[in-house]
Design a protein around this ligand. Structure first.
Ligand SMILES: [Zn+2]
Length: 294
């Protein structure tokens, strides 16, 4: 018997609303970080590095330390997101007095910080590493196609903040424009426009994925503690994986909708063993707790 089937839908709605509220801050932090790197890049040094065809010199011309430093602020946003997840976990246990008393007393923020320390740093590192890889991809392509040094330097700065796949798309787009005989000035304009669009997309993806992960981690943390402290037993509760249940649900998560697991046992989603969503970039899934009646 399921205790709170109705609340599960409510929890899903609340999780998505909590994510919406935090995503803007992650997006803004990401754009500020990429902007700071572009502003801090020495164009003359970058052009010289392109002329020398040196990945190492290109790396040095781009101030990646600023990028990591500015991206670090994402951790603060994610801490807030994890706190929101903990709040949601409390909300869903409303009506169960013994649980509520326990979670209300919990040092929520401290726990959220712990979650983000374990996971947030990896997220920031991943973003920085992928962005560096994107810049290298653009450099290699620029050299192969024989584009002008200024154009390659422009493309490199446009690629800061993109992921490797986006950089490859951008490079292919630039090559296509060259093949069509589009002049250098117009190429720089078009490539820059396309890069800005992709940068917006990446910021959206990072925001949605990292915020949802932090929220789901926060919820999971509370449920584990409820078991550890004996407030609930592992047998009276189960966790359920919920997709956003609309037409945009992907093939990875679609089959996982409604999957149930005891506390502490990972879900099986798209061939991966996951304690909680996200299962992939832009995953909109959430995890809820269901308490069975005795
Ligand atoms: Zn998903």
């Amino acid at each position: 018997m399921i205790f709170i089937a109705k609340d599960a839908a409510e929890d899903e709605r609340l999780a998505l609303a909590a994510a919406d509220a935090r995503e803007r801050d992650v997006r803004r932090t990401f754009h500020k970080a990429t902007g700071a790197v572009v502003d801090g890049t020495n164009r003359e040094e970058l052009s010289a590095a392109v002329l020398a065809s040196s990945e190492t010199l290109v790396e040095r011309a781009v101030p990646w330390d600023i990028f990591s430093e500015k991206l670090f602020e994402i951790n603060f946003v994610l801490t807030a997101a994890a706190s929101a997840g903990i709040g949601l976990a409390n909300d869903i246990s409303r009506g169960r007095k013994r649980i509520r008393a326990l979670t209300d007393l919990a040092p929520v923020t401290q726990r959220a910080v712990g979650i983000v320390e374990r996971q947030g740093f990896e997220a920031v590192k991943g973003i920085a590493d992928e962005s560096r890889a994107a810049v290298r991809t653009i450099l290699k392509n620029g050299i192969v196609t024989g584009a002008h040094v200024t154009e390659i330097a422009d493309n490199l700065t446009a690629a800061i903040g993109l992921n490797a796949r986006q950089a490859a798309t951008l490079a292919a787009y630039q090559r296509a424009l060259m093949d069509e005989g589009v002049g250098a000035v117009r190429r720089i304009l078009l490539v820059g426009k396309r890069a800005r669009k992709m940068l917006r997309e990446r910021a959206d993806t990072i925001a949605r994925t990292e915020v949802m992960t932090a929220i789901n981690a926060g919820k999971t943390e509370v449920w584990n503690e409820l078991v550890d402290t004996g407030a609930i037993t592992a047998t009276e509760a189960e966790r359920v994986w919920l997709t956003a249940s609309d037409e945009r649900v992907c093939t990875i998560c679609g089959p996982a909708h409604g999957q149930r697991r005891p506390l502490g046992v990972p879900f099986s989603v798209g061939g991966m063993m996951l304690m909680y969503p996200s299962a992939h970039p832009s995953c909109r899934c959430t995890v809820v707790l269901r308490l069975k009646t005795e």
